[in-house]
Design a protein around this ligand. Sequence first.
Ligand code: BEZ
Length: 248
Amino acid sequence: MAAWDPSVYRRNAAYVPELGRPLLDLLAPRPGELVLDLGCGDGGLSIELAAGGAQVIGIDASPAMVAAARARGVTACVADARTLPFDAAFDAVLSNAVLHWIREADDVLVSVRRVLRPGGRFVGEFGGHGNVAAIVTALTAVLARRGIDAAAVNPWFCPTPDDYAARLERAGFRVREIALIPRPTPLPTGMRGWLETFAGRFFDALPPADRAKTMDETIALLRPALCDAHGRWTADYVRLRFAAVLDA
Ligand code: BEZ
């Protein structure tokens, strides 16, 4: 994944932790429970969890994001979701807007299972099947014009509910609920801000001299579908939200 810059992320994507709040109700943490925030970013959701009385530890693969979370008072460390450095330690694991960045989904599930105590819950939300489909289609078209296969550089794993439920069960979880939730999402800094924040892998596949023009072409292709008459952009997010549990 590209190196995350917390200030750029906050400017372009502050809605990510805000729109993750429904997960707190789904998790229903009890006071004193120990919860792992998997992919805590700069700690926005960890702070809300802690405000409800849970003890929270955040992990993130980005040192800059972990530093930003710590600066807000969150207990956080740098770690890889596929190899979490804990054993049977947590009552619950929460993850918002992270799992679509890790193609080795089964490794993550084995790792999450290992850090949970018996009866532990795993609640999360990430990009599901069809997520940002228009954006992916536009990126595919502009890269194809330059002889590049976007599928080969697409970093995102966006499964169907059936696919992910089967993976959860194979990893030893019982699935309590799982569903796709279309969530058109207004973009505070437009499509350019979104592409700059999240779609770096596609543009990195190009020679530097071609990147600006390719971005302009992507935005032009998307304008009719995702930009309204007032110049307001909306991304075609589709979330996969789930709650799963281990046997006690
Ligand atoms: C998402 O949260 O679904 C997402 C964010 C950035 C890129 C792709 C998907």
